[in-house]
Design a protein around this ligand. Structure first.
Ligand code: GUN
Ligand code: ZN
Length: 638
């Protein structure tokens, strides 16, 4: 079973529970060639700390000595590895050398017999140069074999490989069929040639189309991906597992893997690496080593580099800055940058998984940052959900964040003259009442703008003015007073919950509780009831039970709701979290970290909280929290 611990967009930190114990994801499985272990499996486990490895059952089966030992003693004893062992099936050998002499049933039975924890179907490797017809026909065979493997697997986990060459529709279709089968792990296969040829743009298309068809409750493995420079991007797109044969293969050719690419020993002018393998060497001493020892040293370096990057990526997910890390990594090679750049074409899909806010500020790392889902979301919501108080506007340059702290006086003066001040930002024009929400206030851009940012700003300003029927005016700024807080209170509600919900919430006399220290809104009372509180950290609201009562009465289902099954009702009423296995349905428009009402099937309000997952995730996971509940209707302090 696969459990999600933390997510950021499509990226996730999870645990695959296997019969050999846990595999924490994102996970890298070093490939061990059972015939020549460059680094021993015991070292991989105890010294490097990798919880799993992958080896090839086809090679074991075809080697008399290994086969007998594996059948007699089991795979874990054969390799001397106490962790999770995944086995591949011979498909890669067919890609390299042509046909393999084994049937799907034989290789599944063999993987079971030697005690593999995760076995793999004998899928057909769809080459990138194949025609659509050839690809379609071979997917049909792979799917048949997957059905067969599922029927044979018993208590072994099974990996069902998504194939489809470079055809996004076929990938998605294949993934969707796989998702409906009793498979435990989903490798994305047939991508090694794309990586070898630096075709990262197509690789990204393949990953995204596969992810679209797969079910979120299973880990996704990118077959053959084991270069540290690719891990951040692939994790960002929702890959949970990787395997690397390159650490050993590259070492055989004296090649070092670094975060910014691969370097050949004879081309290097220095060795600045401080990893335990390199620490006691300089170039000359390394070159002087005997072939075997040098190869092992480089292989160990490559594993340290991979291990470090896995840890770095994990930390980035926890800290909320994986986008920044992936963007930085992708700058190490123009072809990787292509992979990053084509995310722009998938921004609507990515936005569905984008959290409402993050704990850390967003950093601009280059023009590709402008295509991040947060930008798309601001453009959409500020056009669709914002309501301008006037038809006249005036643009201002940004001087600091949040804008109101630096330009509050000018804002009030303009607003009192019926002019909407708009601050020019890379997100597009920001009105004074949306200046504190994420990521407008929680972001950093270079003060010297590039041409692309200017271009985007011009475009967004034009659209914003058109959508809201605004006309640019010049106005003298002098003393004038205007209470911007009331405007902010309503605009943030519209931006966060949508116009309809905001109008329901603000349907009576409004009273704002403002912080004496900062002047910022803390609580919103309507008709004397405390309905919303505003968070200082990201400028958004938390919904109170009283606010939810107003919404539930007039906002049609399923908007802003997670519906739970009857068994969960008493628990949620008392303020306990909503677990995935109790979710009956969910508003498909809710994004991660949004405010939500927990309701029964009869639409009775049970609790309020924040979503951790989107609908399809809530419905597919069997374990884990779907909604972090803040207050149950029976748990409120009176
Ligand atoms: N190893 C690398 N690519 C593949 C693939 O497409 N299928 C299998 N089974 N193993 C692989
Ligand atoms: Zn090193």
């Amino acid at each position: 079973m696969f459990e999600i611990i933390k997510r950021d967009g499509l990226a996730r930190i999870g645990v695959l529970h296997t019969r050999r114990g846990r595999l924490d994801t994102p996970a890298l499985l070093p490939v061990v060639n059972p015939k020549l272990a460059t680094v021993t499996p015991a070292d991989i486990y105890y010294h490097f700390g990798f919880q799993g490895l992958i080896t090839n059952s086809y090679i074991i089966k075809n080697s008399q000595g290994l086969k007998e030992k594996a059948l007699d003693e089991g795979l874990h004893k054969l390799l001397d590895f106490p962790g999770v062992i995944m086995t591949d099936s011979g498909t890669f050998q067919s890609h390299m050398y042509g046909e393999v002499e084994v049937s799907n049933q034989e290789i599944i039975d063999f993987q079971k017999a030697i005690g593999s924890d995760i076995g793999t179907v004998l899928d057909i490797f769809t080459e990138p140069y194949w025609t659509e017809e050839q690809t379609r026909d071979s997917i049909a065979v792979t799917l048949e074999r997957t059905v067969e493997a599922v029927s044979l697997k018993e208590d072994m986990m099974i990996a069902g490989v998504v194939q489809g060459s470079v055809f996004p529709d076929l990938r998605e279709e294949c993934a969707r069929s796989m998702a409906s089968m009793g498979v435990d792990v989903h490798p994305i296969g047939g991508v090694v040639p794309l990586m070898e040829q630096y075709r990262y743009r197509e690789l990204v298309e393949v990953i995204i189309s596969s992810k679209k068809g797969l079910s979120p409750d299973r880990p996704v493995h990118l077959f053959g991906a084991g270069h540290p420079m690719l891990i951040a991007l692939a994790t960002l797109l929702g890959c949970d597992m990787f395997d690397s044969a390159s650490y050993a293969k590259f070492a055989r050719d004296d090649r070092f893997m670094f975060l910014d690419g691969t370097s050949r020993l004879q081309d290097m002018y220095g060795l600045e690496c401080d990893c335990p393998a390199c620490r006691d060497h300089d170039l000359e001493s390394l070159k002087a080593l005997a072939d075997e020892e040098r190869m092992v040293t480089i292989a160990r370096h490559n594993l340290y580099e991979l291990k470090k990057e896995m840890g770095r990526v994990r930390r980035a997910i926890l800290e909320g800055n994986l986008w920044e890390l992936a963007e930085t990594r992708c700058r190490s090679h123009p072809a990787l940058l292509d992979g990053l750049r084509c995310l722009k074409e998938h921004v609507s899909y990515l936005e569905r998984f984008e959290p409402l806010s993050r704990d850390c500020a967003m950093f601009h790392t280059g023009s590709e940052t402008l295509s991040r889902p947060s930008f798309h979301r601001y453009a959409m919501r500020s056009q669709e959900r914002y309501v301008s108080p006037t038809e006249r506007c005036m643009f201002m340059e940004e001087t600091g964040k949040p804008h109101g702290r630096y330009m509050g006086k000018e804002f009030r003066s303009l607003l009192s003259k019926d002019v909407l001040p708009l601050v020019r930002t890379a997100f597009g024009p920001v009105p004074p009442d949306l200046d504190e929400i994420y990521p407008m206030a929680q972001s950093l851009f270079p003060s010297i703008r590039d041409g692309e940012t200017e271009c985007l700003m011009d475009r967004e300003e034009k659209t914003f003015m058109e959508v809201h029927g605004l006309r640019n005016v010049t106005a003298d700024i002098d003393e004038g007073e205007f209470d911007i807080n009331l405007m902010r209170a309503l605009s943030v509600a519209r931006y966060q919950f949508g116009r309809e919900a905001a109008d329901i919430l603000f349907d009576g006399p409004v009273e704002l509780v403002v912080s004496r220290n900062t002047g910022k809104i803390r609580n919103v009372l309507v008709s004397g009831e405390h309905i919303l509180s505003m968070r200082a950290s990201d400028g958004f609201y938390t919904l109170r039970v009283e606010g939810a009562r107003k919404l539930i009465a007039r906002l049609p289902a399923p908007t802003m709701r997670v519906t739970v099954i009857d068994d969960a009702i008493p628990f949620n009423r008392e303020g306990r979290n909503v677990f995935c296995n109790f979710v009956f349905d969910c508003d498909p428009d809710l994004r991660p970290m949004e405010e939500v009402m927990v309701v029964s099937k009869e639409d009775e309000l049970l609790a309020v909280g924040r979503t951790l997952l989107v609908r399809e995730e809530m419905l597919s996971f069997k374990k884990g929290i779907a909604v972090k509940v803040r207050d149950g209707t029976l748990s409120q302090k009176i």
